[in-house]
Design a protein around this ligand. Structure first.
Ligand code: SF4
Length: 420
């Protein structure tokens, strides 16, 4: 093995993989100074969460950054003048096993540019996973990219070796995709998702009848959307995410702020990155839709196309719907308690079980751990004080901001007018 060449390939192909956030985080670069302990280089170790909630570190690389497509938003696009490299199947297998034995990683996240054809690329990704499982007896976590346009047969095979499969939808709307990746067809993304979803269902039902049926993609499938490359609203993005959750039972949809990588009139200019807060707000909304019983129209609609940056989406919804408050914490149902800003689902559970034994007051709620700064304007409990009185939503918002650590608090004038 030529170690220098492998190291060079690793630098190129781990760096190219960092734009994919469908496995949660990327590696860092920190040099060992003063004979300290450890040394991390920027070469593709990332973390993700398994089905049982464990955090695992993964080797995150591309098989190759050679690509026959020219998607305007991607550094790997064929027209981009960058250093290209490709691993052989055996090189990826060796790297994974070596890193694993040294305890650097617990698994592999393998993606790729599309060389020759979607099937040729998918077939090579599968060979890596198959070799790891069958020849190296590797039982670590494997996340494989599903290549848009790959055949159903290959997708069916991929799930026999990978824990998770993901195909990145990339641009949330069909129109945006047409504009930035005219060679790609929306159907090419849907096809592998459908194949994976069908296989998951088939293998699950077979398993009930035949015990030794192999497990198929036990960690399911996920997808990623690039946010801010085209002018789509947050409402467009969340509708698109909702479609993939419902239609293909996605485990996760990831939202990745577009990093301008090209001077192209179709794209935002270099240096105008999407604020991290927009990603955060989308993840919070995603959470509200999946776990808090909200529907999209309540949070994003014709008169509210984009999420507020200065306050979280639940607080924003509550301020626009003051007629639904205050909620009596000792009587309200689970759904309404979950809608009170500052109360998370864990606290909802604690409130429901605690109120079986006593009427809850402010002290009890504080002990449960709810955020009083945000919740106190929206609820009543077994105490006399009720903070909302006749406050308007603008006043409540400014009072909450006054006591928050939000970087947006400086935008508020906390001096309340006598007559406002
Ligand atoms: S097909 Fe994938 S790797 Fe190739 S240019 Fe498009 S987004 Fe990039």
């Amino acid at each position: 093995m030529n170690y220098e060449r492998i190291k060079e390939k690793l630098e190129i192909l781990a760096d190219a993989a960092k734009y994919d956030v469908s496995c949660s985080s990327s590696g860092s670069k920190r040099q060992n100074k003063n004979k300290g302990l450890g040394d991390s280089s920027g070469m593709g170790i990332c973390h993700t969460y398994t089905e049982d909630g464990r955090c695992v570190s993964l080797l995150k690389i591309l098989l190759t950054n050679v690509c026959i497509f020219d998607c305007a938003y991607c550094v790997t696009r064929k027209s981009n003048d960058i250093k290209r490299a490709a691993f052989t199947v055996q090189e990826v297998v060796d790297l994974t096993i070596n890193f694993y034995r040294r305890n650097y990683i617990e698994g592999l996240f393998l993606s790729s540019g599309i060389f020759k054809s979607p099937d040729a690329t998918m077939e090579r990704l599968i060979r890596v996973a198959k070799k790891l499982r069958e020849e190296e007896n590797f039982n670590g976590y494997i996340h494989l990219k599903s290549i848009p346009g790959a055949s159903d047969e290959l997708m069916q095979e991929a799930g026999l070796y990978a824990d998770r499969l993901s195909v990145n939808i990339e641009i949330p709307t069909k129109e945006g995709l047409k504009l930035l990746a005219p060679d790609k067809d929306h159907k090419d993304f849907i096809k592998p998702m459908k194949a994976v979803q069908n296989s998951i269902q088939i293998y699950k039902s077979e398993k009930k009848l035949i015990k030794n049926t192999p497990i198929y993609a036990p960690a399911g499938q996920s997808t990623q959307m690039i946010v801010g490359a085209t002018g789509e609203s947050d409402r467009d993005i969340m509708y698109s995410a909702n479609f993939f959750y419902n239609k293909f039972q996605m485990k996760r949809v990831y939202y990745s702020g577009y990093i301008p990588v090209a001077n192209d009139s179709r794209l935002p200019a270099i240096g105008t990155e999407v604020p991290m807060m927009r990603e955060n707000r989308l993840y919070q909304t995603d959470w509200l839709l999946r776990f808090y019983g909200f529907n999209i129209q309540e949070i994003l609609n014709e008169s509210h196309l984009n999420l507020d940056m200065d306050i979280d989406p639940k607080l924003s919804w509550a301020l626009r719907n003051l007629d639904q408050f205050p909620v009596d914490i000792n009587k309200a149902d689970k759904r309404m308690i979950a809608r009170v800003p500052g109360i998370g689902m864990k606290s909802v559970g604690k409130i429901l079980s605690a109120r079986r034994y006593r009427k809850l007051n402010w002290e009890h709620l504080k002990a449960i751990g709810i955020s009083m700064n945000r919740s106190k304007y929206f609820l009543t409990c077994n105490s006399r004080e009720f903070e909302t009185r006749d406050l308007t939503s603008a006043k409540i918002k400014s009072l909450i901001m006054l006591n928050s650590k939000s970087k947006y608090r400086k935008n508020f004038n906390y001096q309340l007018n006598l007559f406002s």
